[in-house]
Write a protein that binds this ligand. Sequence first.
Ligand SMILES: Nc1nc2c(c(=O)[nH]1)N[C@H]1C(S)=C(S)[C@@H](COP(=O)(O)OP(=O)(O)OC[C@H]3O[C@@H](n4cnc5c(N)ncnc54)[C@H](O)[C@@H]3O)O[C@H]1N2
Ligand code: MOO
Length: 423
Amino acid sequence: MSTSAITEPDCFAFGANDLSLKVALQQLEAGIGRVVSNERLPLAACLGRALAEPLTAHLDIPGVDSSAMDGYAFASASLVPGEQTSLRLREGRAAAGHPFSGTIAAGEALKILTGAPMPTGTDTVVMWEQATLVEGRLVVPPGITHGQNRRRRGEDMGAGQIVLGAGQCLGPQHLGVAARLGHAELNVYRRLRVALASSGDELAEPGARLPPGGVFDANRVILKAALASLPVKTTDLGILPDDPAIVRDVLIEAAARHDLIVTSGGASRGDEDHLVRTVRTHGMLHFWEVRMKPGRPLAMGRLRQSLFIGLPGNPVASLSAFLLFARPVILALAGATWPPTPFRLRPAGFTLQRTRRDRSEILRARLEPGPAGRAVLVERQASHILTSLVEAEGLILLEEGSGDIDEGQGVPFASLRDLGLAQ
Ligand SMILES: Nc1nc2c(c(=O)[nH]1)N[C@H]1C(S)=C(S)[C@@H](COP(=O)(O)OP(=O)(O)OC[C@H]3O[C@@H](n4cnc5c(N)ncnc54)[C@H](O)[C@@H]3O)O[C@H]1N2
Ligand code: MOO
């Protein structure tokens, strides 16, 4: 597969270990590049893909001046200012797809339907509800302005204008823009090949019998669903046991066929944290240990041809780290533009004494109803409390160094939707 602007062999190898969240994100944004090549696909298959080249309008849209309403077209110069005007109604009509071929003279009007090209000699449309027909003549009330109800040629898209930038992830509206310009295909980047695994002997598949001390695997379900909205093709590697030989074989095999391996669990330094050890032994590993809570044990590296992101095991930490770090990285690897920060200041509906200012804190919050929309914290904030992400509408990010929070003070809040969760 041919690639260009390929990511450095070890693109995570900058200022590893003990980074602030802000610096870590800045370094990733600067250091991560696309690793996928491009292909031409029919429009319907382009949904969710990143556009590989800018899309420039080669036509004016609308292609001609046309009517925005059902009514009557005439020249505004035919109207008597401040008074009602009687115009001679011409035979025939202009309809969408059926232009009127004649010319409308001064003092005349023609029936016109929404979307119809403006007949020669006309520049203004009165809606039929506002006009009256009196003995074959059209009476137009005062107050109709020049150009009213007329759509101008090229006012949506002008020929030569860039309407979609390269790297744009294509949603239904973007496909619509391409279709409106007459494109049946687009040049898009291939999907990033992502392998996803969970790790830990305690984990069991939902639906299976739970052994004593077992935990149903929630992270893989969450992450697979979150990946589904990105331009990736996910391979599910299942649950990796706490067995170094198996972990090694599965990861090395996956590395040969994927651009990126994403795992959760086994990311810290416990006896059974084999994932990171495998990557360190057979590839390159950077324990980032980003100064944030939750999500500090965030491992990044490379295993053979594949990049590696090791997310922490606690479900809230895993999803927060995925949304803040893995998602933008995946988008960039897949040729999409790095997403702008979704955090916006909201008034705090709480007070908080910050005991540790040497790390960023990610808190789950919801917005109070009403125009003020104060952000209030959900009650339980520990990183194993998965239901906190159901109670929450979004995350508050308190950067390291920032002080206590007083009620009413602006705090950076991003909705889960803006962070990339579809629902
Ligand atoms: N001595 C230290 N202990 C721990 C540290 C530390 O810095 N020093 N960090 C703590 C933090 S913070 C976190 S987060 C966890 C992360 O550790 P791991 O990534 O190695 O995660 P595990 O130990 O495998 O699991 C942690 C926790 O999460 C549960 N888990 C794991 N995977 C899943 C899954 N797929 N679905 C649901 N739940 C999962 C697992 O059962 C554990 O309860 O380490 C702390 N310890
Ligand atoms: O990442 Mo750990 O979950 O901070 O608690």
